[in-house]
Ligand binder design. Structure first.
Ligand SMILES: C[S@@+](CC[C@H](N)C(=O)[O-])C[C@H]1O[C@@H](n2cnc3c(N)ncnc32)[C@H](O)[C@@H]1O
Length: 235
């Protein structure tokens, strides 16, 4: 592991631990305020009966909890995986609070190491997760695992920050985003199109975005392109 990766990973963990401790799930005005619409909309394309969902880098359940609520009446399950033990604890509390404990299985694991059971899931989410793997090779490996883990006609939803940069709000200095894997937007799209060559693209969208964060103990504007790539297996 490079020193840059270790430092970026340390900062990411610090940021998320603090953010989750200070902001409740669905807190208005935060990025946890609501589930991602494109995920909920495309999830709605599936037959809800006995649906199995995997949420990689689930955090405290912004998408896992609403999906677990949506499938509760139909007997499905959500498996949610996150690296940070405190995030998974909060996710478990949220599952109790939102009465989906029986439909949600929360696991502490690194998505780079987590073995996805083959042909097991109808819908697999990686929402702001793949930019936190160690290298392009790891990105390819995790996506290959997602593909192998998807049932026929299942859906993969990849949402990823690309081409990120950071504005130090106190000095005005702009630097490359300090994130584990900072893919150029065009590169991410061509990689995904190559890997998912024979899948149907349901959503392909790039939206410039910026998020105000406290990082390295100072105010930072994190900017980048938010890529949404949602695909369905044809057979
Ligand atoms: C920006 S948050 C997004 C959380 C959630 N997907 C959502 O949309 O609300 C990124 C999450 O990915 C998790 N994460 C980062 N790297 C990871 C890894 N290698 N394995 C598992 N989870 C990871 C972080 O702990 C964090 O909770």
């Amino acid at each position: 592991m490079s020193m840059r990766f270790i430092q970026a990973r340390t900062e990411e963990i610090k940021y998320h631990e603090k953010f989750y401790a200070e902001n409740e799930l669905f807190a208005p005005g935060t990025w946890l305020a609501r589930p991602v619409k494109a995920i909920m909309d495309t999830f709605g394309l599936l037959d809800p009966h006995d649906v199995r969902v995997l949420d990689l880098g689930s955090g405290v359940g912004r998408n896992s909890i609403p999906i677990a609520q949506a499938i509760k009446a139909y007997g499905g399950t959500v498996t949610a995986v996150d690296l940070i033990p405190s995030a998974v604890e909060i996710l478990q509390e949220n599952a109790r609070k939102y009465e989906v404990r029986d439909n949600l299985n929360a696991i502490v694991a690194d998505i780079e190491e987590y073995r996805i059971s083959p042909q097991s899931y109808d819908y697999i989410i990686a929402c702001s997760a793949l930019e936190h793997v160690s290298a392009e090779e790891a990105f390819r490996r995790v996506v290959a695992g997602m593909i192998a883990g998807t049932k026929p006609h299942g859906i993969n939803a990849i949402l990823i920050n690309t081409q990120s940069e950071e504005l130090d709000c106190s000095t005005g200095e702009v630097s490359e985003g300090f994130i584990e894997l900072n893919l150029a937007t065009g590169k991410a799209i061509s990689l995904l199109k190559e890997i998912y060559g024979d899948w149907e693209i349901i959503v392909e969208r790039v939206i410039p975005q910026s998020i105000q964060e406290i990082k390295y103990g100072k105010p930072i504007e994190f900017r980048g392109n938010w890529l949404t790539f949602i695909v369905r297996r044809l057979s």
